[in-house]
Design a protein around this ligand. Structure first.
Ligand code: GRF
Length: 206
């Protein structure tokens, strides 16, 4: 396969990378390369201590770190991030699909514009409810009976953008934010690969 044909994918993480692992598993099991010439060309973390980095490396995926704390401004970090992501993409290939998988950064409009239409995120709530942080705690406090996760296209506005997939889970009477997060996370691992496969089917060459 020549680089000119591939649909590169770059996954951004900040932590344990369990969604990233689910995506790498799906890429292999569901033959993304053969079906859509799609290839995860790199995993990048803004945190050097993200445990997901070792999981990616163990699977032979190139990893990089760009520590946001070494930049003075959000704009400067995002500009450097754009350059780094683009440098992970083989020359002459298509522009990358950038997948945010537990990437805990608010992105600047310039970053979002650079990857417009090629930027996906997963959020641990049923958007548009509970944008932002501490979603499980807030859902329990509000007395919600259901929680869930959403995969969406990324726009300049936080946790907005067209919804591609959602999954719903019950909130049980004795749930803590931790038990609820674990229940939601298993669903995240199911819907994120499905959303990416839908994106590839719509955008990538066969
Ligand atoms: C997930 O719940 C994701 O939705 C949220 O952070 C968590 C990341 O988990 N933004 P992991 O790093 O994929 O294990």
């Amino acid at each position: 396969m020549t680089c000119a044909n591939i649909q590169p994918i770059v996954i951004l993480i900040s932590g344990s990378g369990s969604n990233m692992v689910a995506l790498l598993d799906a890429a292999e099991r569901h033959h993304w390369q053969e079906r859509w010439r799609a290839q995860v060309v790199g995993v990048l973390s803004n945190r050097p201590d993200a445990s997901g980095l070792a999981k990616a490396a163990a699977r032979g995926v190139p990893t990089e770190t760009l520590d946001h704390r070494t930049f003075e401004t959000r704009d400067a970090f995002d500009q450097a991030l754009i350059v780094r992501i683009d440098s992970m993409v083989p020359a002459q290939s298509r522009p990358p699909l950038v997948i945010l998988a537990g990437f805990m950064r608010i992105l600047t409009p310039a970053f979002v514009a650079h990857f417009e239409g090629r930027l996906l995120n997963i959020h641990p709530s049923l958007l548009p409810a509970f944008q932002g942080l501490h979603t499980h705690e807030r859902a329990i406090e509000m007395g919600c009976r259901f929680a869930g996760a959403t995969v969406h296209e990324v726009t300049a506005e936080l946790d907005h953008g067209t919804i591609l997939e959602q999954a719903v889970v019950p909130i049980l009477p004795d749930d803590t934010p931790g038990t609820l997060a674990a229940r939601v996370l298993t669903q995240e691992h199911r819907i994120y690969p499905r959303a990416v496969e839908g994106w590839l089917a719509r955008h990538a060459a066969s």
